[in-house]
Design a binder for this molecule. Structure first.
Ligand code: ADP
Ligand code: MG
Length: 269
């Protein structure tokens, strides 16, 4: 299974991805998490530290542009393979272009076993073609969008749906659902449910905002590792289960900005 998590920066993609990867690995899957965000911190909670060797760093540092699997695939929690695409030096070059180079390198090295569950964690800026690459080039087939009930997060989610829609015709990428990551806004779960329905998909999870996530983060761990018996860990395990059994993969039906604003104001109080 090849899945991708998309969403606005800071919405909780990497945290959710790392916890879902951890849950999958404990179910006995071979798991590989690939960070496609120039922030490079997708796999921090799995590795226990910020990834020091990203694909692009390694390519840049090698004289002939060649890299080995050992240089770019790092082993994290419970044997999870962790890769960070990396990004250009701040202010230099295009981060999206970097994703293309990194994924091509990874592909050429053939280091991810066919029977692995691969999770791409992608910054949700499909306005830039580079970030659409996992969808466009068929790296990921099942796409999940992480969003809260906040306008800007829903706006990004709707744009990502437009991107999936655009490439659905020629590829296999489908929308698997919206992953609600709560910011405790009013009527948030109801709003997210209707938002998902309007996009022709489901709200596959509604993850509570919980301080335990930050406590685990301070220890550089997933909640699955830090507090395996907590309610929050159970929420992430259930999400992994629901992703694995998901039968509803659709071509999304994005909204106009006016429709989105109207929907949000309907749940505003
Ligand atoms: P992204 O990868 O989308 O940029 P992160 O996963 O890095 O976002 O999350 C941003 C911040 O929000 C982190 O500090 C993380 O610990 C926090 N966070 C994410 N999800 C939750 C949650 N459900 N409850 C509390 N804090 C959360
Ligand atoms: Mg991230």
């Amino acid at each position: 299974m090849k899945i991708a998590f998309y969403g606005k920066g800071g919405i909780g993609k990497s945290t959710t991805a790392a916890n879902v990867s951890a849950a999958f690995s404990q179910k006995g899957h071979k798991v590989c998490q690939i960070g496609c965000d120039p922030k490079n911190d997708s796999t921090r909670l799995l590795l226990g530290h910020i990834c020091k060797q990203t694909v692009l760093d390694t390519v840049r540092d090698s004289e002939d542009g060649e890299v080995t699997a050992e240089q770019i695939v790092h082993e994290g929690f419970n044997g999870i393979k962790c890769v960070e695409a990396g990004g250009p030096e701040p202010g230099v070059g295009c981060a999206g272009r970097g994703i293309i180079v990194a994924l091509e390198k990874l592909n050429a090295l053939n280091v991810i076993p066919e029977d692995s569950l691969v999770l791409y964690d992608v910054l949700g800026d499909v306005v830039c073609g580079g970030f659409a690459v996992p969808i466009r080039e068929g790296y990921a087939t099942d796409i999940y969008i992480v969003s809260s009930g906040e306008l800007m997060s829903l706006y990004a989610a709707n744009n990502i749906a437009k991107g999936i829609c655009r490439f659905a015709g020629r590829g296999k990428a489908r929308l698997g659902g919206i992953i609600g990551n709560s910011r405790n806004t009013v009527n948030e779960e109801k709003l997210l449910k209707e938002f998902a329905a309007r996009l022709n998909t489901n709200l596959i999870a509604f993850i509570p905002r919980d301080i335990i996530v930050n406590q685990a983060e301070n220890k550089r761990q997933t909640v699955i590792e830090f507090a395996p018996t907590s309610n929050q860990a159970e929420v992430y395990r259930r999400l992994a289960e629901d992703i694995e059994n998901n039968q509803k993969l659709t071509v999304p039906t994005p909204m106009t900005f006016e429709e989105l604003e109207e929907l949000i104001s309907k749940y505003a109080d």
